[in-house]
Design a protein around this ligand. Sequence first.
Ligand code: AMP
Ligand code: ZN
Length: 494
Amino acid sequence: MSELYIYNSLTRQKEKFEPLHAPNVGLYVCGPTVYNDVHLGNVRTFSSFDMIYRYLVFCGYKVRYVRNITDAGHLTNERGEGVNRMESQAKLESLEPMEIVQKYTVGFHEICQLFNMKSPTIEPTATGHIIEQIEMIETLIEKGFAYEKNGSVYFDVKAFNEKYTYGELSGRNIDELIAGYRDLDGQDEKKNSIDFALWKAATPVHIMQWRSPWGMGFPGWHLECSVMSTKYLGKEFDIHGGGMDLKFPHHECEIAQNVGACGTAPVRYWMHTNMLNFNGQKMSKSLGNSILPIEFITGNHPLLDKAYSPMVLRFLFLQSHYSSELDINIKGLQDAEKGLKRLMEVRSALKNLKASGSELSATDTQIAEACAECKTNMDDDFNTAKTIACLFELSTIVNSIKDGNIKAEQVQPASVALLEKTFEDYLIDVFGLKPLEENNNSKLDDAMQVLIDIRNEAKLKKDFATSDKIRNELLEKGIQLKDEKDGSVSYSIN
Ligand code: AMP
Ligand code: ZN
């Protein structure tokens, strides 16, 4: 097992990663609120955790990766007021709220696939866990940390803070919070402005509502993550992640709910990924500066000079540490495209690289050191930026061997095998990158269909010279046409 160090946002320091029940690891990541399309900022957060998940698996851990779908409870106002986002979007699109949920959940999964993200091992939904949420609220009321008012239930932050501490994760104290909220606050049914909703009474206009001991209503947003993480990972588990903007109030409230209900701090390592910015401002739908994945891959956005592969974005993200802010701009994208292409070319070149050295040379040592450094960097809080720098260093060596500037006799075959393994491990397995051509599959399909159609027409006209020529010449290039039973033609690349 590796010596992995993780920056823990709770303790604000890098700590040695020691799972509670190694080799098992519990990882919970806050998933999307499925009421609109995810934008590239959301993609950054989810692909950062995809890399983290991939690396934990690479290190030999058996990871239970839970990422929820927020399909209820997320209101337009994060303090637990306002309108349910799914319902307001349903009105806009003249759909049922659950049609909105389905539409954007499917859309989210398509985006995850496009960016080559692995599926979580459990993907629970808030609406599938209403009973468990009601149970946690009952426990919090019993323990004196929650109260009911007019069919809604609120978390009593002051009562909680008398026994435990509220605000540790985000570094806030409740007196400041109360002072900050006072001006904004109207008359409401909460004891204190910082109290947050665990359950909201529903008026008849609400479509998404459930029966509870307090009447018809729906759960508060923060509650679902406490409930689902506890249910699938236990009262205490290893890693909880989300974007930086979820630290407060969402994660702070999650901690309070868990500690209040279970008596223990739920999470050993809190991880927060940083934001994707656009011209120095956080990319967000409400600010009107978001780029959608579809705009990115078609190039149909004023910021973009052309269409880009999803892999270029993934690579751009990996070139920065997950905890640094990142600004998206054309120069960065162009550089990322060039860089990714270069690394993938080196990966391909390695397959034919000649090496016949029999004694350890300075080049062999250099290769061994840079390969080992990939791991050292990843073990240092998932430093993908430095790992990529190592891969570039290795690329320079590979190109020198390829060009004959370093002689084949100066490199041992074992070093080439190590290089191949390192590129495969990091570029493909851990970073989840694919060669750029693979994303052109649909274009290849189109081109192949043109050839297949020409061959079919030739066969119909009994022009077997042409149909055979197409088949044979493709075969020479390693592409085999197969006549299927239903009359269609498929192809495979050898
Ligand atoms: P939401 O569906 O709004 O809850 O967002 C899903 C995830 O995307 C959360 O973890 C957010 O922190 C994250 N997120 C939102 N905007 C950005 C951004 N501009 N850059 C990176 N992550 C973001
Ligand atoms: Zn959450």
